[in-house]
Design a protein around this ligand. Structure first.
Ligand SMILES: O=C(O)C(=O)C[C@]1(C(=O)O)C=C[C@@H](O)C=C1
Length: 365
């Protein structure tokens, strides 16, 4: 068979496979509509249906990854199923999600990675506004950055948990690649100013020291804001990611300029919905202890004694007295697991205050 004939035959096969995939996706979507009908029919008076089920979504994605035999890798395959589920859920209920804006931020990328592109995503001007939108019920969920692997905690987010009654329903991790971006009119040999968010400037500090040691670094409210400014200034550049570059039509003068190649940010999904256990969960708590010697040790003993894996511990001023602190702790397990229940009870006996912020499936993607 000639090359042209082979190509033709392969395309005929692809067409017929696409038709089968189309039928199967449509059948799946009809199933999701049926799920919505069943969920709604089972409601008692005054109850509202819970369409979004993070624990089920985590299971579906993991199941697909276990079954996958290639040639597409697990992440790629899960990403495709993520989008199919997102569209199916939108048939049941279009989700509204607030994120730290403006459009083009890594928070928006995190929201789309976690929920898929079928959600209605709304940018907010500040982290606290994302919390307030969720508390007010104006959106179903919020997405906020909580820690970066190079720069550490996002204190605005931690402090917002002290002020709002909110549940953590999920987490998402995003590999952060920064680029040096310029506009069409930028004179690239005469750059005198580089805009970015303070965290991003810090994540690229060494690269900037090496390549632009004498250029002014200007911290602005977000990377997307930095990208926007560059469009109208011939002598400035921005540090931002792919989404902002695309959104504002900028080109990359240098790619992947972050100092650490594994630079990642963890985001939290905040809402009002408790998530049932999946067997592979994380829990986040806030604890305040009496200000006495050995208080932190006392707090950590029950975790150690029960071999519970702490994934993070952070300290913040409590805001209820000078030199008093609260601890933000993340660990593996769900607050409904008997062992975790036990540990939380022990900590509760010693603590001035203990609040479970939520248990949620460990990030799958
Ligand atoms: O299983 C459910 O409860 C569904 O609503 C179906 C489905 C899916 O498409 O698989 C859709 C949305 C939920 O978040 C989880 C799963």
């Amino acid at each position: 068979m000639s090359d042209a004939d082979q190509l033709k035959a392969l395309r005929v096969r692809i067409d017929s496979l696409d038709e089968r995939i189309l039928d199967l996706i449509s059948e799946r979507a009809r199933c999701a509509q049926e799920v919505a009908r069943v969920k709604t029919a089972a409601l008692a008076e005054g109850e509202s249906a819970v369409f979004y089920r993070p624990e089920r979504e985590a299971w579906v994605l993991k199941h697909i990854m276990e079954l996958n035999r290639g040639p597409l890798d697990n992440e790629e395959m899960a990403r495709l199923f993520r989008e199919i589920m997102s569209s199916c859920l939108a048939l049941e209920q279009p989700l509204r999600v607030a994120y730290l804006g403006p459009e083009g931020t890594f928070s928006q990328a995190a929201a789309l990675k976690h929920f898929g592109h079928a959600v209605i995503s709304t940018p907010m001007a500040a982290i606290d506004e994302v919390f307030r939108e969720v508390v007010a019920g104006a959106v179903n969920f919020g997405v906020v950055p909580v820690e970066n692997s190079t720069e550490g905690a996002v204190n605005h987010t931690l402090d917002s948990f002290l002020e709002h009654d909110i549940v953590i329903c999920g987490e998402v991790e995003l590999r952060i690649h920064h680029h040096l971006l310029v506009g069409e009119t930028t004179k690239t040999d005469r750059i005198t100013r580089i805009y970015s968010h303070a965290q991003s400037l810090a994540q690229c500090r060494k690269w900037l020291d090496a390549h632009y040691p004498n250029v002014e670094r200007v911290a602005v409210s977000s990377n997307a804001d930095a990208a926007k400014r560059v469009k109208s200034e011939w002598n400035s550049a921005a540090i931002a990611g792919d989404m902002a570059a695309q959104l504002y039509g900028l080109t990359k003068l240098a790619e992947k300029i972050e100092d650490r190649p594994d630079n990642s940010t963890r985001f939290l999904i905040i809402g009002s919905q408790e998530v049932p256990p999946t067997g592979d969960d994380k829990t986040s708590i806030i604890v305040s202890m009496r200000n006495k010697p050995g208080a932190l040790h006392e707090l950590l003993v029950p975790f150690h004694a029960n071999r519970i894996d702490l994934t993070r511990i952070e300290t913040r001023p409590s805001r209820s007295g000078k030199w008093t602190y609260v601890f933000f702790i993340d660990f593996l397990g769900h607050h409904q697991d008997p062992l975790i229940k036990d540990v939380l009870e022990k900590i509760g006996q010693e603590a001035v205050a203990l609040k479970v912020l939520g248990s949620y499936p460990k990030a799958v993607l």
